[in-house]
Design a protein around this ligand. Sequence first.
Ligand SMILES: Cc1cc2nc3c(=O)[nH]c(=O)nc-3n(C[C@H](O)[C@H](O)[C@H](O)COP(=O)(O)O)c2cc1C
Length: 352
Amino acid sequence: MPKTALAFTVYPLARRVLFSLDPELAHELSLSGLDFAHRWLGGLLPAAQPISTSSPVELAGLRFPNRVGLAAGLDKNAAHIDGLSRFGFGFIEVGTVTPEAQPGNPRPRLFRLPKAKALINRFGFNNQGLSAFITNVGRSEWVRDRRGVLGLNIGKNAKTPIEQAADDYLKGLTGVYPWADYVTVNISSPNTKNLRNLQNEQALEALLDQLKEAQAQLAQEHRKAVPLFLKIAPDMDETALGQLTQVVRAKQIDGLIATNTTLDRSLVTGLPHASETGGLSGQPVHLRSLQTVRQLRTDLGPDFPIIGVGGILSAADGLAMREAGADLVQVYTGLIYRGPALVAALAERLDR
Ligand SMILES: Cc1cc2nc3c(=O)[nH]c(=O)nc-3n(C[C@H](O)[C@H](O)[C@H](O)COP(=O)(O)O)c2cc1C
């Protein structure tokens, strides 16, 4: 039996056990288990490298071995890259990292909505800070051997006033730049107070001016060009999104990642945990993410790099995201509900 098929048969069993546990504990145990298996049972797992496809994808000056990536937030401290690379991702995005370590919100802060194939989280950028993050990135063999594309996702500390957010993003960009293939500027988490205000025209212009200037300086200093991607929310109306795309074009942002989690609860009304505070991900965000990507593609034209994320739980969902205009896709909640086999299914279906 091929090794990816083995993972396919084993995950539904593992899921039964994991879904009987507290969601955050299940998350921690899964990552520890994956690291253990990667280290000691490597022969039983698929290779720690991207699933190969008939043709790599050139985007934003990077070469992606396949179209499927890990979305940010699953490995916030970049501590599990090698274990996760066994899933076969063409690119792995880790973070969100903030300049200083912070605990995030009190537990419980992660909730399952199995009937809707969804999660609600209000983690609030819990992470060990920039210096631990960079140490972890430096330890990864997958990174060292440049097997796939590495995205490093940066944010702001909760205690930093929103007016000084740019300082945190500049620290993040400077710290991760030497290691990153691309850097994601996350201004769309609903769990850091006022963060999404940075998506508004004037605030965004001011932030991007500073980041683009720093990017140009860092490119000279490190003698490499690292594209800057912006990660946006699915909750903007057409007008707000139109304004955002104008700023993105004017400031020459290199790509967009759409979308983060949603605040909308209309598709989960009445389900247990539906009224928990936080961002909703999985199936109920899919249509919003598709609509966002569709408008971005229309506004920004055929060549602008767009990564589609949100509620991709099957190869068909991935194809829908491609048809909406995404060049590449990322998954998070789909991995919880479908397991690692989702990556192979998507890589194969999107291989064209
Ligand atoms: C538990 C959890 C934590 C997340 N943390 C982050 C994060 O730190 N940074 C970020 O940019 N996105 C974060 N996200 C958003 C995901 O990267 C993704 O954009 C969103 O969940 C939609 O995709 P999905 O439906 O495949 O999960 C998080 C999502 C979840 C479910």
